[in-house]
Design a protein around this ligand. Sequence first.
Ligand code: SF4
Length: 348
Amino acid sequence: MVQRVVLAEPRGFCAGVEMAIKALIWMVRIFEPPVYCYHEIVHNEWVVRVFEKAGVVFVNEIEEVPPGLPVMLSAHGSAPQVALDATERAAIVIDSVCPLVTKVHHEVRRMSKEGYDILYIGHREHDEAVGTMAVSPDTITLVTPEEGLADFRPDNPRRVALLAQTTLGMHEWGAVHDQASEQFPHLWTARRSDLCYATTNRQSVVQKMAEYCDLILVVGSENSSNTQALVRVANEMGAEAHRINRADDISEDWLEGVATVGVTAGASAPEHLVQQVVDELSPRQGVDLAHVTDEDEYFPLPRQLRVFISVLGQTVEAGLTVPSSDWRHWRMNDRAWTATEALSRVTV
Ligand code: SF4
């Protein structure tokens, strides 16, 4: 039987996921179903299922959105052509891209304009990498953490920039960065890499937990890049680690001879799934925390959506619409409600 559980702090929802989930909840409230969403709003199967029940249809191609209906673009960032096609096809387009992904898109544009060849470290086929590469396909070369630079040959070795997917493992980014710096001494890269605060904070706790936990469980979906990175970071530190969707996925074999289990969650995994894992483990000596930092990042809702919410407010005030009881609270203070709270209302 497990003696102790160590819970990572921070874990779970980041500011970008909070914003994207709340934005899609507003879409479901404002518009009649179906509401379309290009790509999974965030990479978590539970969250996606809840939205599907609420009338959201997730699509992989903009052509699947019936003309004239509203569409949301996911948190991972979309290719410029996708955003353009969506604008031409849909009645309303709300882009819930995380501002930290947008920052990388800006870097791609700027460095391309300045004549740099860009090395982009990312995972082939991941939504974020696909969207970022499409910003300037002629000047970007994808390098995976596994393959490294391979046979990359820039036009001018003095003008090479290194950018990255926001959710890579820190050690993976570091390895490619070292290789690229050695090969291209004038390498340009973002001051603190492109890995986002949520990625680095969650990985820092896992590094700490790996020093004294016998096993680390990471709650999150298979297609969640930052979740998979947490498992790799734990493995890199020499710890046994497994990704699980939910408590049911814990294998008895993993727990054999294990006294202390570290539990964390990727940036798109809801907290109640973490709590169910802790309940399932029911540690004899209780639960401790592994804390590295407090997070207070907040990203406001997409600007286009804020305009709609404001217009809706005017129709309510004019007596044309009757709002739900929590509507005014949500509208007046977006910081006062969380995605977890909002999701619990959707599931009721
Ligand atoms: S993991 Fe980082 S980049 Fe991705 S949505 Fe969260 S804050 Fe944004």
